[in-house]
Ligand binder design. Structure first.
Ligand code: SF4
Length: 349
């Protein structure tokens, strides 16, 4: 009898060998994204997690084809929607060439976007401008119908279309920019900390809208960037953990959360609390030390100065990529302990 095997999910996006750097003084590059390759299957949400300063937002901007000086994309290709885009041309006068790709193919919901809504336009005019700037075939009334539909999904009153940004609360503004970033039904939405300014019920509505839009194929998929692992564990199908500009572990969310193979992932998980009754009796310890200065990162594994499992080889050589299927980690400990989960550190009961 022939065993039935599930077909691998169709790929929505593949990014290969992305390298991006900040040019501090025009002569010296500070690498912020280092040899990152990443895939998002169609119909899935990928979570990107890591401490502040580990390169998550820089990676998001690079994938969204937004690289403004002092950020420069040094290399990398993005395959999406039948296109292969050379991202290293972003800062070389190619802005006009990539413009049609933004919004419709990749849409970015940047961190703090709620503060960038024009104060001089009613929301309805902003909505029409955004839609018609990318698609002249859409009328004002098409654009407003789309916006009403999305507002209803988020449980927001459609009267906000007649208001100005200063008349909306912070949470309303954040949800409004989420609506605007999805109006063109992008293939891929990159949402950078979209829930950080929201109360819990607004968070829930926004998360449900993103999941609904992916499930209903209104969008092809999404990348959700945050350091909030409990939120990511609710929303995402897969996780990528980033440290010091590199992806150190990737895998299906449930597997990665319960069976981390990289000590940094384990330390991140140990540093957060699930909102359960047991929370009251837990002591949480943060990760000792701080992320390295990327102008002069540690040799070998960049996590080695903070890692309780570090061995002599860790400081000397880049760790190998180990793993089976779609769960993999770059770590010497994981290589020496095949199939083992990193013991959870930092939490005492
Ligand atoms: S490679 Fe070494 S230092 Fe880096 S996470 Fe693994 S065990 Fe720790």
């Amino acid at each position: 009898m022939t065993a039935l095997t599930a077909a691998p999910p169709e790929l929505l996006m593949r990014a290969t060998n992305l390298n991006a750097a900040y040019s501090a003084d025009g002569t010296r590059d500070v690498p912020a994204v280092d040899a990152v390759s990443l895939e998002v299957p169609r119909g899935q949400i990928l979570g990107l997690a890591g401490e502040s300063g580990c390169g998550k937002s820089t990676l998001g901007n690079t994938l969204a084809m937004i690289a403004n000086p002092p950020l420069y994309v040094l290399s990398g290709t993005l395959e999406i929607a039948g296109l292969t885009i050379d991202l290293s041309t972003l800062d070389k006068g190619a802005d006009a060439r990539h413009r049609p790709h933004r919004g419709q193919i990749v849409s970015m919901l940047p961190q703090g976007a709620m503060n960038s809504i024009s104060p001089t336009l009613r929301i309805r005019d902003l909505v029409c401008d955004v839609v018609r700037a990318h698609d002249r075939s859409k009328s004002r009334s098409d654009a407003l119908d789309l916006a009403r539909d999305r507002l209803t999904m988020l449980g927001m009153p459609v009267r906000v279309l007649d208001q100005y940004a200063h008349q909306l609360s912070g949470g309303m503004r954040q949800r409004m920019v989420t609506v605007i970033s999805t109006l063109l039904n992008p293939q891929l939405l990159i949402a950078d900390e979209p829930t950080s300014a929201l109360d819990v019920s607004s968070q829930k509505a926004l998360i449900e809208m993103l999941i609904h839009m992916v499930d209903e194929k209104i969008m092809g998929g999404a990348i959700f960037i945050t350091h909030d692992l409990p939120v990511l564990s609710m929303v995402t199908d897969q996780l990528a953990i980033m440290y010091a500009g590199r992806i150190v572990e990737t895998g299906p969310t449930a597997e990665l959360v319960h069976s981390a193979r990289h000590p940094y992932t384990s330390a991140l998980l140990a540093a957060v609390l699930d909102p359960t009754r047991e929370t009251r009796t837990k002591t949480v310890e943060g990760i000792p030390g701080s992320p390295p200065n990327l102008a002069n990162p540690p040799t070998g594994c960049r996590f080695h100065p903070r890692c309780p499992f570090a061995m002599e080889v860790c400081a000397r050589q880049d760790p190998p990529l180990v793993g089976e299927g779609i769960h993999s980690a770059s770590c010497w400990w994981a290589k020496d302990h095949p199939h083992e989960t990193v013991p959870l550190q930092g939490v005492s009961l």
